[in-house]
Design a protein around this ligand. Structure first.
Ligand SMILES: O=P(O)(O)OC[C@H]1O[C@](O)(CO)[C@@H](O)[C@@H]1O
Length: 449
């Protein structure tokens, strides 16, 4: 059976295998035990740990049925959410979609999933609303609290538009809310308006929620197989349950911490497939929010190669030596494209004529890896057999499990995000009345403005 794999061979000129294995057998195994026994900090947020095995087929059928209703009635479905309520679905949909879907009109019964509520861009919202004028659209609104400002603004606008376009009653059938089981503004509104709802469990944090309806519903609406996604995750749940040399989540967590302890403070997630761009964004939130605490933590960055070799390649090859790379390498692509021969051969590239584009890409990957390792940038390599629901499910669970273990190795609570609250407090203080003016002045004075 094919699986994703982790290779640490190319970090061994920076940290030796023994030190990685020592961390794996010691701190990583202890971290895994904390997860399994629920004895670590943040243990009230471990609902994601056995989510694949706890998700019954009928729950997936229910999500699929709601997705099918939206697919039948809409040409566009706007998924509204931010952070963990956005990035997982976006990452999977982008990885599996045709790259030019964005430029093609949605087909009946195969709606395009659009995203909103992940920014406060007035022009973005204006253009989205203009685009949706007179179109058949529905809304998935995802927010535990219902008061997060970005999705709340987007939802107000789109709800008003939908109600104006199809009437209040029909609109209520085209809106699905994913929120807290009992509490919060969105739960109250959904009850009052009679929206179909799904629950975000209390023990699953936003960035670990892609395998709940938060990620699964938009992914199913986009036409992808959520059963296969969960199936893939389940395989990795089983594989990473016990401490062992073959546990790839433990291995990755141990390797990145060995590198961190050796002074490598920045991890760059590298892909060689543009479809994985948003997977990098999802990964950044997962590791950034989980580990950046108590003035500690590897800084998670991401690049798309070979595109960014022509912008960031210089820095990576030759800049400060505080970085390491984790390369996502996809074994097989879906389509075949052979490079044609050219009689004039002005670009001098006839020597690659007849080769597949992916063969060139793989050589770019290999050449870059050698150059970066030689240049003092250790490389962890993760291979993915192909971009499909199953392997993305494996990859998601692999990274989630490794993230929990890694946070415990680092000595932080991987499941809270106290820092995210700070900007919210300031923004609300600036916007809220009474005291709006004074609060604005106080903050501006603090910033010396
Ligand atoms: O679900 P809510 O309450 O809108 O919160 C939004 C988001 O805030 C975060 O917790 C932190 O940014 C996200 O992961 C989460 O999904």
């Amino acid at each position: 059976m094919k699986k994703i794999q982790v290779n640490i061979k190319h970090i061994l000129n920076t940290v030796n295998e023994e030190s990685v294995r020592t961390i794996q057998k010691g701190a990583a195994a202890a971290g895994l035990e904390k997860l399994n026994k629920g004895t670590g900090e943040g243990n009230d947020f471990l609902g994601w740990l056995d989510l694949p095995s706890r998700t019954p087929a009928h729950h997936l059928d229910e999500i699929q049925a709601v997705a099918d209703e939206l697919r039948n009635s809409c040409d566009y479905v706007v998924s509204i959410g931010i952070g963990g309520s956005y990035l997982g679905a976006k990452a999977v949909i982008e990885a599996l979609s045709n790259s030019f879907d964005a430029y093609t009109p949605a087909l009946p019964n195969n709606p395009k999933v659009l995203f909103a509520g992940q920014n406060i861009g007035e022009d973005y919202l204006y253009e989205l609303q203009e685009f949706l004028k007179d179109k058949r659209f529905g809304i998935i609104v995802i927010s535990k609290s219902g008061t997060t400002i970005e999705p709340a603004i987007a939802f107000r606008l789109l709800k008003e538009q939908l109600e104006a376009q199809v009437g209040k009653e029909k609109a209520s059938k085209l809106i699905v809310a994913i929120t807290d089981a009992k509490r919060g503004a969105l739960r109250q509104l959904a009850t009052e308006e009679g929206y179909k709802t799904f629950v975000i469990d209390d023990n699953v944090g936003g960035r670990f929620s892609v395998l709940t309806p938060v990620g699964l519903l938009p992914i199913a609406v986009a036409g992808f197989d959520i059963k296969k996604l969960v199936e893939g995750a389940l395989e990795l749940q089983h594989d990473t349950e016990k401490a062992s040399d073959d546990n790839i989540s433990e291995l990755y967590a141990a390797a990145r911490n060995a590198l961190y302890q050796a002074g490598k403070k920045i991890e760059i997630l590298v892909n060689y497939n543009p479809k994985l761009h948003y997977f990098g964004e999802w990964w950044k939130q997962l590791y950034g929010e989980s580990e950046g605490k108590d003035h500690k933590g590897i800084y998670p960055a991401a690049v798309d190669f070979s595109t960014d070799l022509h912008s960031m390649g210089q820095w990576i090859q030759d800049g400060e030596r505080t970085i390491f790379e984790t390369v996502l390498s996809v074994d097989s692509v879906k389509h075949t494209k052979v490079i044609p021969s050219d009689e004039a051969n002005l670009d001098g590239l006839n020597y690659i004529a007849g080769k597949r584009v992916d063969e060139v890409n793989k050589m770019a990957e290999l050449g870059t890896r050698i150059a970066h390792v030689d240049g003092g940038v250790p490389n962890i390599r993760i291979t993915i057999p192909e971009l499909s629901e199953k392997y993305l499910g494996q990859l998601i669970y692999f990274f989630e499990k490794a993230c929990g273990i890694s946070g415990y190795i680092l000595g932080v609570n991987p499941f809270n995000q106290p820092g995210v609250e700070d900007y919210k407090r300031n923004m609300f203080a600036l916007l809220e009345k009474p005291g709006y003016e004074e609060a604005t002045k106080a903050i501006q004075a603090k910033l010396g403005e």
